[in-house]
Design a protein around this ligand. Structure first.
Ligand SMILES: [Zn+2]
Length: 90
């Protein structure tokens, strides 16, 4: 029995630079200050990434107002694309 595969497919793996000077994302990155345990959230909607590369580490800078500690946390942006389901005509 021959198995049929879909003729249209999407390759989900991507490692490419986004050509966006100021890339804002509706995502919060939260970490805890190692010196005073203050919880700090960085909104990527306010703090943009400059020309981020999908699949590569991007540093997000943290600053603690409590104790003036500064540090970076690396994040990785992934991009997913899938085929939309066909809508049946009625
Ligand atoms: Zn702190």
């Amino acid at each position: 029995m021959t198995r049929e595969y879909p003729k249209v497919k999407v390759d989900n793996y991507c490692k490419a630079s986004l050509d966006v000077k100021r890339c804002y994302l509706p995502i919060d990155v939260t970490d805890i200050c190692s010196k005073c345990n203050n919880v700090i959230a960085i909104s990527l909607d306010d703090h943009y990434l400059s020309y981020p590369v999908i699949g590569m580490a991007e540093p997000v800078s943290f600053y603690c107002d409590n104790c003036h500690n500064e540090w970076d946390v690396d994040i990785i942006i992934s991009l997913g694309v899938s085929l939309a389901e066909k809508v049946q005509d009625e």
